[in-house]
Write a protein that binds this ligand. Structure first.
Ligand SMILES: *Cc1c(COP(=O)(O)O)cnc(C)c1O
Length: 235
């Protein structure tokens, strides 16, 4: 089968599973945005996918900077770790940065956004499960630093939170991390300091190829799907 047809089939399978998960919990499928993660995808596959889908995610700022100008009509997100010296590149090419993992990085984004006269949207990455190998704010640090974060946001719109669940063969093992992220969002959004900063944190970026159905049940508004879309293709 042609790569284009394989991708079309995978995409419609994923969309159907998202719709099913939405039906389980009474959500509108339009409230979930699928971000197609292309970090391991050949450029040819990305071009096929761009005829069918319009939100893409890259993990590395450099790759984002190479690809975004070649497909400027789709929306590109940065989902991977961002070093402070790459903030300018990220702001020039990303519609949304999912991976702000420290107050220092947020401050840097705010400064560069001021230079570039842009008002970027970002998500704060939270290490809900507390695994040592993962980056992100711990839930407790985020709660402690929240007033400072609200003060430092400046021109940056903090649109919500992102997490990665522990890797596992059983998607149910991801549920506590997803539920934890949603609870944390609800707590932060309810604070008076959030309301005075105009922060409602509507977005929850959670769920990948192995666990997106559970994430949707737990309230994900952005799911980041890579390998499932390119299943059955070899490079
Ligand atoms: C690679 C990646 C994904 C997609 O992972 P798959 O398991 O291939 O769907 C999602 N989020 C982040 C941050 C990633 O780096």
């Amino acid at each position: 089968m042609e790569a284009r047809e394989v991708i079309r089939g995978n995409l419609s399978d994923v969309r159907r599973e998202v719709a099913e998960a939405c039906r389980h919990v009474g959500r509108d499928p339009d409230s979930v945005k699928l971000v197609a993660v292309t970090k391991y995808a050949d450029w040819e596959w990305v071009r096929h996918l761009a005829t069918l889908h319009h939100s893409f995610g890259e993990a590395r700022p450099q790759q984002l900077a190479e690809r975004q100008p070649q497909l400027p009509d789709v929306e590109w997100h940065l989902i991977g770790q961002l070093q402070r010296n790459k903030v300018r590149i990220a702001l020039q090419h990303a519609a949304l940065i999912h991976s702000v993992d420290s107050l220092k990085l947020l401050e840097r984004i705010s400064t560069v956004a001021g230079d570039l006269k842009v008002h970027p949207s970002v998500l704060l990455e939270v290490n809900v499960s507390g695994e040592a190998s993962k980056s992100g704010f711990s839930s407790s640090t985020l709660q402690t630093e929240w007033p400072q974060i609200c003060r430092h946001a400046g021109a940056v719109n903090i649109a919500g939170l992102m997490t990665m669940a522990p890797a596992s063969d059983d998607p149910e093992n991801a549920r506590p991390a997803f539920r934890g992220l949603r609870k944390l969002r609800d707590q932060l959004a309810a604070q008076p300091v959030s309301q005075s900063a105009g922060l409602q944190l509507p977005e929850l970026s959670m769920g990948m190829s192995g666990d997106f159905a559970v994430a949707v049940e737990e309230g994900a508004t952005l799911i980041r799907i890579g390998s499932r879309l390119f299943d059955g293709l070899c490079r």
